[in-house]
Each structure stands twice: as C-alpha cells, then as structure tokens.
Design a protein around this ligand. Sequence first.
Ligand code: FES
Length: 138
Amino acid sequence: MPYKLSDQKYNRRNFFRLTGSAVLLGGIYLWSKLVGSEKQLLQKRKITVPFNPNREIQFAGEYIIVNNNDEISVFSARCTHLGCLLNQENNGRIICSCHGSVFNENGMPEKGPAIKPLKRLPFHFNSQTNRITIQVRG
Ligand code: FES
C-alpha cells in the first residue's frame, strides 16, 4: 500500500484533536472535582456544640463560648499572639497558658503579649435544643 503524505497530515490532525479533547475532558473532570470539594468545604464550615447556660466561659475545642449576662459570643480559641489553644479561665478572663496573655469576656486583650482581640465567629443559638451552630469560616 503506497504511503501518502496527506495520510500523515490526517493522522497528525487526528492526534491533535484527540489530545485536545482529552485535555479538555481532563480539565472538566478536575474542575468538577474542585467544585465538589468546595461544596464539601462549605458543609464543613459549620459546627454544632452543646451550650451550657450555667457557665460564663465554655471551651469547646477550637471555640470559646462566652455567656455574658445572657449575651452570647463565640470566639476562636486560638490565641492571637502565636496561636496557642486557649483552654483556661480565671475569674471571667480567658488565659493563654503559653505566654500569659489575658482576654476579657469580649475577647479583648487585657494583658500581653497578645495585642489583637480574639476572632469573633458568627453563630446561631437554638434555644430549644440548647445548641450553638458556629460558622467556622467565611
Ligand atoms: S500564644 Fe498566647 S500568649 Fe503567646
């Protein structure tokens, strides 16, 4: 069978079409995976914890719930100095055991080395279930 130059062009053209299609399909697949993982992240951005109305300061892992005369606030439990996990209180003050920063019930630093307030987080309080749903990010 004779070899035709036009066959080579035809094959090269097909190769680029197939390669382009494969790259396009791969891109669409990766994009759909990214969108899917973004949805999963959005779903994980809320956490629900029980609320104890009898405690002024309640530590819940990465979060601090403050009940200041029935005014509830939620803060990140990461110290704004170097990020230690806050899990101690004394007389209504949140204390960092790493370097001794002290925060008041509004999350404001009263004693350094931390100079920034605790990160306040949005939340929803369900009084029927006594649970707080914290919006972790966003
Ligand atoms: S990390 Fe809290 S005072 Fe340094």
